[in-house]
Structures are given as C-alpha cells and as structure tokens.
Design a protein around this ligand. Structure first.
Ligand code: ZN
Length: 614
C-alpha cells in the first residue's frame, strides 16, 4: 500500500509532517470543515453509512467519490456513526464490515478502540469534541489510539480546536484539526484568542491586528447585521488559529514547544490537567523525547521538574551510573553558568581543593535535575538548563532533590562525605544524612565563596586525603566512561574506554584511542559520544542501540522501510549502530526505535560512517 503521510520533524510527541496529496499539506493542519464534502478538496469525508441501504451502495458511492477526486485525495471512508454509548461489540462489528470497503488511494478511517487497525494514512479520533474539559478521558483515548496505529499515521481530532487549546493538542501528537468551533463561535458573537474567549459585547477593543480585525473596528463591528458580523468574527477566529499553528510549528522547529505549553496551558484548567496527566505517562512521553539537543531547557514552574528529560536524567544516574574509585565525596552547589566547572564559584572550589582534588569525587546538587556527578556535567540536560532562581526552594523541589541524593548515597559508599553548601542545599543534605544515619562534614561558613569558607574546604579535604587518588588521565577516562554508560547502558564504558586505552584532545573534546584506532569522541555541544566504526564493532556484542537492516549498503541516510529491527531503547538523536549482512554503520537516530520498526516513511537514521562488509 502506498502511503501519503510523512513525519518530518519532531519535538517530543509533537510533529511537523506532510501529506503528499493533490496539494502538499503541511501538518499541524487546520482543515476547513465545509470543504470535507467537496470532491475537489485534498481531504474528503466519505460520509455516514446510514445514508445507504447497504455496504454495496456505500462502496459504489465511494468509487464515485474516488473517481471525481483522483488517487491523490485522501478520503475518510464511509463510517458508521454510533454514539459513544453504543455497545462496543456492535460498534466494532459494524466498523470491521465498513473496513471491508475497497479503495486504492489515500484513505482515512474512524479509530475504534478494540478494532483491528489497518494501514490508513489518517485516523479520526471520533468524538474528540465531547472530551473537551475532560482531560483524563481525552488522554486515555488518545494514548490507546497512539498505541494501536502506526507512528507514521496522521491523527485528526475533529470539532475541538480553538486558539487556546491548539498548542496543547499538537504537543500531544495530534496532526489535523478543523475550524468547526471557530465558525460556530463566530456565529455566536464569540471572539477567540490564545488567551481565552470573549463575548464581543464584553470587549472594549479588538485585541488582534489580523486582516479581519484591521478591516473594521469594534463600533462598526457591533453596528453590523448579525450575518456580516459573523463573517468577520469567523475570519478572525480562523486567523487566530492559523497564527497559533504557525507559532507552534516554529516552536517545534526550535525544540521548545514544552516551554510554550507550560505557559499556554494556564489559560484553562483542563489544559493544565492535560499537561500534568501527560507527564505522569512517563513511558509515552520519554520514548519520544530526544536524548540530547543543543537548545536551553528552561524550567520555570513546578511541573518542569516532571519533564521526561529531567526524570530520565535522574533515572539514568540511578540505573546506569558507576562512580569513579574514590574515598571522599564532595557535594557542591550548582551554578548559573554551565557547565558548572566553567563558573566562577566552581573555579574557586577547584582552586581551593588544589592537589587534594585527585582524592575527591565531586557531585553537584541542583534543582530540578537532582544530582549531577562531575563526569556528567556536560551531558544534556545538565549543561543546558536554566531555572528560575529566587533562593527559595519549595517542598516538592526539596523532596525531589533529596530523593535523588538519598538514592545515590544508599547505593554508593564513601569513607568521608564533605558538603560545601549553604541554605536549601544544606537543608537537603541534613535531611538525607539524618534519614540514612550518615555523617556529613560541612565546610562552608555562611557563604560558599568567601575566603574563610574556601580555606576551610581546603583544610578539611587535605586532612582527609589518605585514600585512593586518580591521575589526570584517569579523571578524563572516568568522564568518558560515565558518558558511555549514561548513553549506551551500564558496562559500555568498560568496552569503549578499555584498559590500555589513551585519551587525546583537550577538555571537553576528548577522544579515546586503542593503539591507533579511535573508538569514541565527546561532542561538547550535547555532552554525548559519537562512535567510530571501531567503537561500533566493540559495542555490537552488547546488542543495544542497534538497528538491523537487510543485505544492502546504506548511503547518506537510512530510511524507515530499510529497518528490519531496532532496539526499543533508541530515542531521537541517539547514537546508533546499524548492522546488516553487507554493511556496518554509525549515525544519529531521527526517530525512536519503535517508530523505526513500524514506519513506512521517513528518515530513520542520519548516517555518519558506513563500512562495507566484504
Ligand atoms: Zn483578528
């Protein structure tokens, strides 16, 4: 079956895509509801089955529409419109019969939970409009749908979009909307904006400069007859939606849609509920979130700490990280400047430690990330976040950071723990120390950067320096190992930074060599590793982050149809190993592993090195 929809860009679950129809349609797309019945339109509704005496007649009607519309129009197949209250088995039975209708072009269908899904180009989230204001039901229906249908299928949520909710609906991974609500609002004298809805009577001025609003003013608008007024209001309402869709597309391209919806969702309680409920669906959100990117993660509200990138970072430290061999742990506060070690305060700490530094393992305490071992300070999002600083940490923030520190100190043992911290950082250390019954030595005397505090840090640590120490090269290797484990799973560091390997390149552009063969390079921009073919060969035995292909030699980029199998752990932007009978290659994933396996269209991996197997 040919496919007519392709996802081109992603930001979490949100995406920019393209329908390859009689005219190219870019998604997120707002279709004109009134055009759905027109055979000239690129997207046509086949209508309700109730109109026909039987399926044969419906099939005949479909054939007629297709003939008029051509192969390159998308037809939503005639459907059985039953109320959501109808018994599920009846709905499914009728839907399956309707699915029996044959058509050779681009097609869409109503999604019915429990029904065997086919490979349509678009699925309709039936009754989406009924779930408005009901975040729980809306999300559960959408997630069920997402699980069932192929990831490169478009989702159409009819009769729900208005300017204020559009960004959130796109954030959740919906691609197609319509202007039904905007039109109805226009005919009811309701003026829609991204900041909410207003009755025309309640406005003192028109808060928009779109072509419809600039063509008139409030007094003239009120003086018009109802029909003319509706024309202008409808035009404005649709313009407001189009403008919001364009803005959201920009946000997707920039990779900052989350920051936008953290603000936009406050317009309506059900949208805020949707964001919170979606955050609690960690697996759904995390699986679609890029492993690293180079834009700033801006944390401005309580919900920011529930972001998948932040929870994933904490989880990976818990599950994948092994600290270097050291007897002394030094806990430090974070700094506004990232990576921390380039900040003024950290320079002072490092200078104060002097020669004692090689005896010490440094871990930074921070909100909302929790804890950041020094080796991972470059790794996304540790060097990429910016957070609101007031000096006040709320209870949830403290609890979250404390839980990260507690987990760390439960797993990893040190002879001595020193904390050079003040204020909330100290409260957190004390909370954890008391809970675990461990001793922490505090060295700061009122201000972490004061000469007295730094002197005390220096003196305290130098008196403790009797245990294991690390050479400069070992410290560099520990960094590379920690990033390898973080990225490819526990144990990968030992494979990619083996005994006898050497480190080349200044911080942070380290490379690991075994003899003359290079295995990995640290990419400072993301704080992640790029692997060479040699590195890929070494890692292949672990079987992780691998994409299996058929017996061909890929070039430039690997397309999804060429993927035979892919590790479900792969996330967008992950470094992956491609292996087939004829070639081994390395590159950067463009979609997650599941999507690679289940998609028919789109670039799966951007390749960097390809080696033919002779
Ligand atoms: Zn306007």
């Amino acid at each position: 079956m040919t496919r007519y929809f392709e996802v081109q860009q992603r930001d979490g679950a949100a995406r920019i895509g393209k329908f390859l129809l009689k005219e190219d349609i870019r998604t997120p797309y707002i279709l004109d509801t009134r055009s759905l019945g027109n055979p000239e339109s690129p997207i046509i509704d086949g209508g309700s089955l109730w109109k026909y005496s039987g399926f044969e007649e419906a099939q005949e009607h479909l054939r007629e529409i297709r003939q008029k519309a051509g192969e390159d129009a998308l037809i939503i197949l005639p459907h059985q419109d039953l109320t959501p209250e109808a018994p599920r088995n009846v709905t499914i039975k009728l839907a399956e019969k309707a699915e029996g209708m044959e058509d050779s072009g681009a097609t869409g269908a109503i999604y019915i939970a429990g029904q065997q899904v086919k490979e349509h180009d678009l699925y309709v989230m039936e009754g989406a409009g009924c779930f408005e204001n009901n975040a729980r039901t809306f999300l559960s229906v959408l997630l069920e749908m997402k699980k069932d249908i192929a990831p490169d299928t478009a989702i159409y949520a009819p009769n729900i979009a208005i300017p204020e909710n559009l960004a959130m609906l796109i954030y959740l991974g919906i691609d197609v909307f319509d202007n039904t609500k905007a039109i109805i609002a226009g005919h009811n004298d309701i003026y829609l904006t991204t900041a909410g809805q207003f009755y025309l009577d309640s406005l003192a001025e028109l808060p928009c400069r779109c072509s419809a609003c600039s063509s008139t003013d409030l007094t003239s608008l009120r003086g018009m007859d109802k029909k003319s007024r509706a024309v202008i209001l409808e035009k404005h309402n649709i313009n407001a939606m189009e403008a919001e869709a364009a803005l959201v597309r920009e946000r997707i391209r920039a990779g900052t849609l989350r920051e936008y919806i953290e603000g936009q969702c406050r317009v309506h309680t059900w949208l805020t509920a949707l964001m919170r409920l979606t955050d609690s669906e960690y697996d759904f959100v995390e699986s679609q979130n890029a492993i690293a990117r180079n834009n700033t993660l801006v944390a401005t509200c309580g919900e920011s700490q529930n972001r998948a990138e932040i929870v994933r970072f904490a989880k990976r430290i818990q599950e994948r990280y092994t600290p270097p061999e050291s007897d002394i742990l030094l806990l430090l506060p974070c700094s506004a400047r990232k990576p921390y070690s380039t900040s003024n305060s950290h320079w002072k700490f490092i200078n104060a430690l002097g020669k004692s530094r090689k005896f010490v393992h440094e871990v930074i305490i921070t909100s909302p990330l929790g804890i950041v071992p020094r080796e991972l300070e470059l790794t996304y999002p540790a060097a990429h976040y910016d957070t609101t600083v007031t000096g006040y940490w709320d209870a949830e923030e403290r609890e979250w950071v404390a839980s990260c520190l507690e987990d760390y100190l439960t797993k990893h043992k040190y002879t001595s723990i020193v904390a050079h911290v003040e204020d909330a950082y100290r409260v957190i250390c004390e909370m954890v120390a008391e809970k675990l019954g461990i001793d922490i030595i505090y060295t700061s005397l009122g201000n972490v950067s004061s000469p007295e505090s730094l002197k005390n840090l220096s003196k305290t640590v130098s008196e403790l320096c009797t245990g294991r120490k690390r050479s400069h090269e070992q410290t560099q290797k520990d960094l590379m190992k920690a990033v390898a484990d973080y990225q490819f799973g526990k144990g990968s560091g030992d494979i990619l930074v083996p005994q006898g390997s050497t480190v080349k390149g200044p911080f942070p552009k380290h490379q690991i060599f075994v003899g003359k063969k290079q295995l990995i390079t640290l990419i400072p921009q993301y704080g992640t590793l790029a692997i060479t073919i040699e590195g890929a060969k070494a890692l292949l035995g672990k079987g992780r982050y691998t994409v299996k292909i058929d017996d061909f030699v890929p070039r430039g980029s690997l397309l999804a149809p060429g993927v035979v199998d892919a590790d479900p752990l792969i996330r967008p932007n992950d470094e992956v190993i491609i292996c087939g009978e004829k070639a081994i290659a390395v590159g950067r994933a463009n979609m997650n592993g599941d999507e690679m396996k289940r998609s028919i269209r789109g670039v799966a991996v951007d390749l960097r090195h390809v080696k033919k197997i002779e």
